[in-house]
Design a protein around this ligand. Structure first.
Ligand code: ASP
Ligand code: MG
Length: 410
């Protein structure tokens, strides 16, 4: 007998019919003797619909009222799911975030969980109740409703699992697990049996949007085993945990991530003296623009070039700031390019294997793909390339690192 926290996302509770299907699934676990806490999102599209109405009235409604509004979506699904469970003769009780006391700070629309009162949930579980909690919401010290940011139900589920010391936090969604890369780009992508928190964080922050990143950080911090599975299809899903797979055949690279969200800026011919990087990047960060890849080159003539990437939407702003800096420093020119993509290989196996990066570069060279920038971390190598070649690069790397799987034995 185990304690599971099970989270069902918007698509999984997108209609009354689907809510009944979730109840059926939960009922199966209850019949097998497990203790179940369910966390649900709003019905798919509902949060957007609510935000849309708010914006018809005001372009910038106050964050406090936004939270009062958008938290209603989840309140609908907790009640309906409990009714569907009652219909199946299962005792179930719904709670809003405020009621279970998911205490957060007061940063409306992006609040952080500070504490959860797990006692009342434990006592409900003791009385054989399924506890159904509204995801995405909490309450601040003063009783104001808060929300955790888009996709925040994942974080609610993980936080509850941590507070309750659950055996596993299961995230039911519309995909059957975490894939080696996006199957829409590479048809030979396949579901991973397991992946570490570290790898998942790299995959997620690089653009594989299966889970809210914060929920993965949270799970890693409190060592909550996380499992991503399909609410529509039976299967083991993907387990995200601390341990690496013990499978000897485990490939060195676990997955290929990619993003088209960035743009590249270069300032050429700045004096190669101490303080120059800070003069170039300081004003960018003062403008609250996040910088990702940074590369500075050595130069023979006493000047240097600095290249960095920012979110694509911020390229124009960054480029303007850089123009000013260029004038101040007497730099030669400023270049910008938003037709780029970043492709990364991710895997904890990299720590103990040599030659990973060179395999990557060879694969790209074989397809005649020019690398513009390279960065590495302990478990990741990223390259920036021309956007045109992104899909080709992903497929080549997927194959070069032995991740291809023929369709379809499942
Ligand atoms: N309903 C919220 C959203 O759409 C939270 C969630 O689904 O996790 O962002
Ligand atoms: Mg979601």
């Amino acid at each position: 007998m185990s304690l599971f926290v099970q989270k069902f996302g918007g698509t999984s509770v997108g209609s009354v019919e689907r809510i009944e299907a979730v109840a059926e699934k939960v009922a199966g676990f209850v019949e097998n003797g497990h203790d179940i806490v369910v966390v649900v999102s709003a019905m798919s599209g509902e949060t957007n619909r609510l935000i849309g109405m708010a914006n018809e009235i005001l372009e910038h409604p106050t964050p406090r009222e936004m939270d009062v509004l958008v938290s209603t979506g989840e309140q609908v699904t907790i009640a309906l799911l409990c009714m569907a469970l009652h219909k199946r003769k299962i005792d179930a009780k719904s709670y809003t975030g405020g009621q279970v006391k998911i205490l957060t700070d007061d940063a409306h629309t992006k609040a952080r969980i500070q504490q959860i009162d797990s006692e009342s949930i434990h006592s409900d579980l003791k009385n054989n109740h399924v506890v159904v909690v509204a995801g995405f919401q909490g309450v601040d010290e003063n009783g104001n409703i808060t929300t955790l940011g888009r996709g925040g139900s994942d974080t609610t589920a993980v936080a509850l699992a941590a507070a309750l010391e659950a055996d596993e936090c299961q995230i039911y969604t519309d995909v059957d697990g975490v894939y080696t890369t996006d199957p829409r780009v590479c048809e030979k992508a396949h579901r991973m049996e397991r992946i570490t928190f570290e790898e998942m964080l790299e995959m997620a922050s690089l653009g594989s949007k299966v889970l809210q990143i914060r929920s993965v950080e949270f799970a890693g911090k409190y060592s909550v085993p996380l499992r991503v599975l399909s609410s529509f299809k039976e299967g083991p899903g993907t387990l995200i945990s601390l341990e690496e797979s013990s499978d000897m055949e485990q490939p060195v690279i676990s997955g290929i991530a990619f993003t088209r969200d960035e743009a590249k800026l270069t300032i050429r011919g700045v004096p190669d003296i101490p303080g120059v990087a800070s003069k170039v990047l300081g004003p960018i960060s003062d403008a609250n623009i996040e910088v990702d890849v940074i590369v500075q080159n050595i130069a023979a003539d006493g000047t240097t070039d600095i290249t960095f990437t920012v979110q694509r939407g911020e390229m124009a702003k960054a480029s303007q700031i850089l123009d000013n800096t260029a004038q101040e420093l007497g730099a030669r020119e400023v270049l910008s390019d938003d037709k780029i993509a970043k492709v990364s290989i991710v895997g904890v196996g990299m720590r103990s294997h040599a030659g990973v990066a060179s395999t990557m570069f060879q694969a790209l060279a074989a397809d005649n793909i020019n690398i513009q920038l390279i960065t590495t971390s302990e478990i990741k190598v990223s390259v920036v390339i021309d956007e045109k070649y992104m899909e080709l690069a992903v497929r080549s790397l997927h194959s070069a690192f032995g991740l291809d799987q023929e369709q379809d034995q499942e």
